[in-house]
Design a protein around this ligand. Structure first.
Ligand SMILES: Nc1ncnc2c1ncn2[C@@H]1O[C@H](COP(=O)(O)OP(=O)(O)O)[C@@H](O)[C@H]1O
Ligand SMILES: Nc1ccn([C@@H]2O[C@H](COP(=O)(O)O)[C@@H](O)[C@H]2O)c(=O)n1
Length: 208
């Protein structure tokens, strides 16, 4: 059976999750059960449970080394072979993996979303369609401040410090250059209706 892996990359808070989730939710009722699944690259942040909390706050979470891409690669290959995988569940407030996992079934369409997917040549080889969400960085920062305060247990001070120390510099070093590996660049982020509809049509075509 042919399976298609679609990568959705872009800056933190550019709208990757909203974009992916909108496509997923809108297609869910139209497609056969289990036809489509989403995996977050964030699930593959390295486990840091062996480190003290203070130490974990110092990690550069926007550098490729923060991710266990080897495990993501292994899981993508298992899914391609039709095997289900149990992916880690990440806890942003604790800066490490939780003790839970989430089972992903080998869907015909697999959407993978995350900041550094297109910066890794081995991962790029696995993706059939590569999308980059291109949202201005000042808008990403505003959205990130609001989200991290409301959903990820952060203070305004910590968001600003992390943004200056790692998020912004790593964006320019790794994420922005990876845009050139994309097949499609989507402006404005998670609510670009035309881009969402184009991707939905492509997915339906692939499933025919
Ligand atoms: N086009 C948009 N307009 C308004 N809010 C948006 C838009 N795209 C994303 N958001 C909001 O910004 C925040 C970050 O978006 P999210 O999709 O989680 O980003 P990412 O997955 O790239 O980190 C979320 O609260 C989301 O609802
Ligand atoms: N413990 C962590 C782990 C990650 N981050 C930040 O998350 C961003 C990636 O997730 P998005 O949903 O925003 O794409 C990344 O920029 C990391 O800085 C964190 O703050 N703490």
């Amino acid at each position: 059976m042919t399976r298609t892996i679609i990568a959705i990359a872009g800056a933190s808070a550019s709208g990757k999750s909203l974009f992916s989730q909108t496509i997923y939710n809108e297609l869910l009722n139209e497609l056969a059960p289990g036809a489509i699944a989403i995996i977050e690259e964030d699930a593959y942040y390295r486990d840091q449970s062996h480190l003290p909390f203070e130490h974990r706050t110092q990690t550069n979470y926007d550098h490729p080394d923060a991710f266990e891409h080897e495990l993501l690669l292994e899981h993508l290959n298992q899914l391609k072979e039709g095997k289900p995988v149990d992916i880690p569940v990440y806890d942003y407030a604790k800066h490490t993996r939780s003790d839970q996992t989430r089972r992903i079934q080998p869907a015909k369409i697999l959407i993978v979303e995350g900041i550094l997917l297109l910066s890794d040549p081995k991962l790029c080889d696995e993706f059939n369609i590569k999308v980059f969400i291109d949202t201005p960085l000042d808008i990403c920062l505003m959205r990130r401040m609001q989200r991290d305060l409301e959903e990820r247990g952060r203070s305004l001070q910590s968001v600003i410090e992390q943004y200056q120390a790692t998020v912004r510099p790593m964006f320019y070093q790794f994420i922005d250059p990876s845009k050139h590996n994309a097949d499609v660049v989507v402006t404005r982020g998670g609510r670009n209706r035309v881009a969402i509809d184009i991707l939905k049509s492509k997915i339906k075509q692939l499933l025919q």
